[in-house]
Design a protein around this ligand. Structure first.
Ligand code: ATP
Ligand code: MG
Length: 261
């Protein structure tokens, strides 16, 4: 792709779009990935392509809940790996938790391809400078991140077909799941199992957004960066009794405010 000048107002958006196009041609994404991305883009446009105030609160709450979790896990699909695989690795390193590739349209080629991409990110991120506020051996923590999903050995109750498959070491045994771009049905099934589900979804009206324990209405790479920064530099914040409905209403209001600004 031709280099987009830094001054281009939609640079980040065009680069993300290209990542999805490249991921598709590499066979890593289902056809519907582009549709999902397009829907996300539309909502991001409406939100002003920024992390809104309510998203910032939800990010903070999610960071606190992940920190308090006994067995957290980060569940990723193809779009998340392609757009924010590095961010997922950094979070998993800080939390000491696994990442599970969990696809709606699962094929062994796609799962293996996405795990390989995450392995590449893991090796790159392990070479990075230690992030501000991290206490410990960064390289060792990053290299210790386990990447699950290749061999499912657990079924999510209440779901039919291959999309119920996951691993016991990851999603099956987790108490708190950070899951960007999740499908509404699966989000509901995870909630029914008594798990705390932290969703990242640009659409505040999606079923996932409405089912989740905490919804971060933000773009996935921005949300990951925000959670990381709170995990590392905001350890005094305690989780609250979160009113997710109120937060979703606030994000709808922020869309309106953005246009009257
Ligand atoms: P639901 O089943 O929850 O009602 P849906 O069927 O409308 O959702 P899916 O296709 O299952 O949607 O998932 C795509 C969701 O992910 C959309 O709601 C879209 O707004 C959101 N999304 C797409 N790209 C991003 C992104 N980069 N960051 C955050 N959210 C995104
Ligand atoms: Mg859906």
């Amino acid at each position: 792709m031709a280099r987009i000048p830094d001054s281009h107002p939609r640079k980040k958006s065009l680069e993300s779009r290209q990542k999805i196009v490249d991921g598709s041609s590499m066979g890593l994404l289902a056809d519907s990935a582009m549709i999902a991305h397009g829907r996300g883009e539309a909502f991001d446009y409406l939100l002003g392509e920024r992390t809104t105030g309510s998203a910032r609160e939800a990010i903070r709450e999610s960071a606190a809940r992940l920190r308090n979790a006994r067995r957290p896990v980060i569940s990723v699909n193809g779009n998340t790996v392609v757009l924010a695989g590095d961010g997922a690795i950094r979070l998993a390193a800080v939390l000491g938790c696994p990442i599970e590739v969990n696809l709606y349209y699962r094929t062994p080629t796609r799962v293996n391809g996405l795990i390989s991409l995450l392995e590449e990110w893991r090796s790159k991120v392990s070479q990075e400078d230690v992030p501000d506020g991290f206490d410990g051996d960064w390289k060792e923590s990053v290299e210790g991140v386990s990447l699950l999903g290749e061999s499912p050995n657990f079924e999510i109750e209440g779901l039919e077909g291959p999309r119920s498959n996951c691993t016991l070491e990851g999603i099956g045994g987790a108490d708190t799941i950070l899951v960007p771009l999740e499908d509404g049905d699966r989000c509901e099934a995870l909630i029914s199992l008594g798990k705390e589900v932290l969703v990242v979804d640009l659409n505040p009206l999606s079923r996932s957004s409405r089912m989740a324990t905490v919804t971060i209405v933000d773009e996935v790479s921005r949300a990951f960066e925000g959670i990381l920064s709170h995990l590392l530099n905001d350890s005094d914040y305690m989780q609250t009794e979160w009113d997710n409905r109120k937060s979703l209403k606030e994000s709808l209001k922020e869309i309106g405010d953005h246009f009257s600004e």
